[in-house]
Design a protein around this ligand. Structure first.
Ligand code: KIV
Length: 285
């Protein structure tokens, strides 16, 4: 499988072929994504909640995101990987945004970075693009600033709010982003933005008309149990499967049913007798 590039994604949009996109935070999930033929992987700062058990994404650090991105890169060497810039790694200044974006490329060999916000981060996007890096924008529900939105709430549900999302989308494309992620907006808003922009528009909870779809791996595999957004479809129920396996292991250990002979190493030929003789020499009686 050859890694897709922005040319492929633009061509997919032109032909109306949907782009497939999942999050991953570690080596095994990344390799499953690659084997399953995902077009893109997002190393999302949702790792804060899905992997680290935090209530939101704000505490994630650059070092943590780089570590997750490195593991994902190793698991999916032939998939387009996007590193998610954590809170305060790009908001403070254009310079620090360029520097932190560069860390993802230099230290984790990502193909692109993503950052949240519309018009207010256009300057940062321009700077990172001028630095020669690919940027995916992220608008609509932006979890890092969910406090300002009154929580993890869908956006664009009134005409005024939809227009704000549309203006943000235009600003992101004008700033030079190669793609845009739109989160938690009504399908008609997803459609307007996808039709209006030349760059591919990915959706998570943005309806069926966007150029591609993203889901968070812990949601779609059914192992992230803290809450499930409306837009999630569970393709597996791993929480129940994993808990069942753990219970069975605990039961078998307690009942001495595990391990069995087939799970044990044998001593090499003649070594058992040798060991007995050696033990005899050191054991009293
Ligand atoms: O971090 C992440 O996984 C994201 C999604 C919520 C879009 O940014």
């Amino acid at each position: 499988m050859t890694k897709k590039s922005i040319l492929d994604f633009t061509e997919m949009k032109r032909k109306g072929e949907k782009i497939t996109f999942l999050t991953a935070y570690d080596f095994p999930m990344a390799s499953f994504c690659e084997k399953a033929g995902m077009d893109m992987i997002l190393v999302g700062d949702s790792a804060a909640m899905v992997v680290h058990g935090l209530p939101g994404t704000v505490p994630m650090t650059m070092d943590q995101m780089i570590l997750h991105s490195q593991a994902v890169r190793r698991g999916a060497p032939n998939t387009f990987v996007i590193g998610d810039m954590p809170f305060l790694s790009y908001q403070i200044s254009r310079e620090s945004a360029i520097e932190n974006a560069g860390r993802f490329f230099k230290e984790a060999s990502v193909d692109a970075i993503k950052l949240e916000g519309g018009r207010r981060v256009a300057r940062q996007i321009e700077g990172i693009v001028e630095g020669g890096m690919l940027v995916m924008g992220h608008i609509g529900l932006t979890p890092q600033s969910s406090g300002q939105l009154g929580g993890f709430k869908a956006q664009g549900r009134t005409a005024d709010s939809a227009m704000e999302v549309v203006k943000d989308a235009q600003a992101i494309e004008e700033a030079g982003a190669f793609a845009l992620l739109v989160e938690a907006v009504p399908p008609e808003v997803g459609r307007i933005i996808s039709e209006m922009l030349k760059i591919p528009v990915l959706g998570i909870g943005a309806g069926m008309y966007t150029d591609g779809q993203l889901l968070i791996v812990g949601d779609m595999l059914g192992y992230f149990e803290a809450f499930t957004p409306k837009f999630v479809k569970k393709y597996a129920e791993l929480a129940a499967t994993i808990e069942k396996a753990f219970r069975e292991f605990g039961d078998e250990v307690r009942k001495e049913k595990f391990p069995e002979g087939k799970h044990c190493y044998g001593m090499l030929e003649g070594e058992h007798e040798k060991l007995q003789a050696m033990l005899k020499a050191i054991l009293p009686g």
